[in-house]
Design a protein around this ligand. Structure first.
Ligand SMILES: Cc1cc2nc3c(=O)[nH]c(=O)nc-3n(C[C@H](O)[C@H](O)[C@H](O)COP(=O)(O)OP(=O)(O)OC[C@H]3O[C@@H](n4cnc5c(N)ncnc54)[C@H](O)[C@@H]3O)c2cc1C
Length: 277
């Protein structure tokens, strides 16, 4: 049967999903619909011609925990993840709590936030900082890619045509210092965010991950290495070096305006000086 008119399909197995997708290659995946219906205020909504609704695929709603990982199905609503409580890494919870209002969080899914076509959304920041892995699946096979590569410019890690995100795998790792800061620009739809994570072992900073999300993901690994291995509390000089390194890193990034750069540097200063005497 061909689709002469608009149609919505509700597959309940992956076989069904991929067979419909094969018949209608321009079909669009529909999760919570909040991004697909973004900025539509009229009575009649405009939807893609063929919709593949993921709601009946039970596996995509599953959340499981192993000794080392939390695995979250891509159809998990943002509010459900928040309500899982302490098992969810704090950076992710803080980020999700800052996304829109409760009504939207009850509809929007983590998969939709990660896969938005229009813009880089907030969950990409904590998921990159936490070293999350994404499972991508097509009709024949599945593969794991890191959040860092997925959200970066690595084309091999980008989602392919007729491929979907099925699971997010998060290492269950406790962070001794965790901060999440969201910057609200005039255009509320292009927020920026910073995640600052640090771990301490025997009074030494053993791991540091700082990720900035604007229209792309920025991770200044040289900066992180200035702090790694340093004793706490940090000396004033080390903190100054770190801030200077970020200033230098940001100086070369033309895509970010001066105001946002200043906002970011202030926030980095605040967090790194929290680790000094
Ligand atoms: C008023 C408002 C305020 C908002 N504020 C914020 C904010 O502050 N921060 C923020 O981060 N976001 C914000 N958003 C965006 C919101 O978080 C996203 O719309 C939402 O997360 C998308 O999830 P969804 O399930 O509704 O996705 P959908 O709209 O269903 O899908 C989004 C896109 O992802 C694709 N997709 C969905 N699931 C999958 C999958 N499993 N595999 C592959 N592709 C998939 C769809 O085809 C579509 O292209 C806001 C949105 C609104 C309307």
């Amino acid at each position: 049967m061909d689709a002469a008119f608009n149609q919505a399909f509700f597959p309940s197995t992956f076989n069904e999903l991929f067979s419909v997708w094969n018949r209608f290659p321009d079909a669009v995946l529909y999760a919570g619909g909040t991004d697909l219906l973004w900025k539509q205020g009229k009575n009649i909504l405009q939807l893609p011609r063929i919709i593949l609704c993921l709601d009946k695929l039970e596996e995509l709603h599953r959340i499981t925990r192993t000794e080392h990982y939390l695995e979250i199905g891509s159809m998990s609503k943002l509010s459900r993840i928040i309500h899982l409580g302490k098992i969810v890494p704090e950076a992710l919870t803080l980020c999700l709590e800052n996304i829109a209002g409760i009504q939207l969080r009850n509809l929007a899914t983590i998969g939709g936030n990660i896969c938005s076509n229009f813009r880089m959304l907030d969950a990409s920041a904590p998921l990159t900082a936490l070293d999350a892995q994404y499972e991508l699946r097509n009709a024949h096979t599945s593969r794991w890619v890191s959040a860092f590569r997925f959200h970066g410019a690595d084309e091999e890690a980008a989602i392919g045509s007729q491929e979907l995100l099925t699971r997010i795998r998060l290492p269950l790792h406790q962070w001794d210092y965790c901060a999440f800061k969201k910057f609200y620009p005039e255009d509320i739809y292009s927020s920026k965010a910073l995640v600052f994570l640090a771990n301490v072992q025997k009074n030494i900073l053993s791991d540091i991950r700082v990720v900035y999300k604007a229209d792309a993901i920025y991770r200044n690994k040289n900066g992180d290495s200035i702090l790694t291995g340093k004793y706490l509390p940090l000396s004033r000089k080390t903190a100054d070096d770190y801030v200077d390194n970020w200033k230098e890193y940001m100086f070369h990034i033309n895509e970010i305006d001066k105001f946002s750069k200043n906002e970011l540097i202030n926030c980095i200063e605040f967090n790194v000086y929290n680790l000094t005497e």
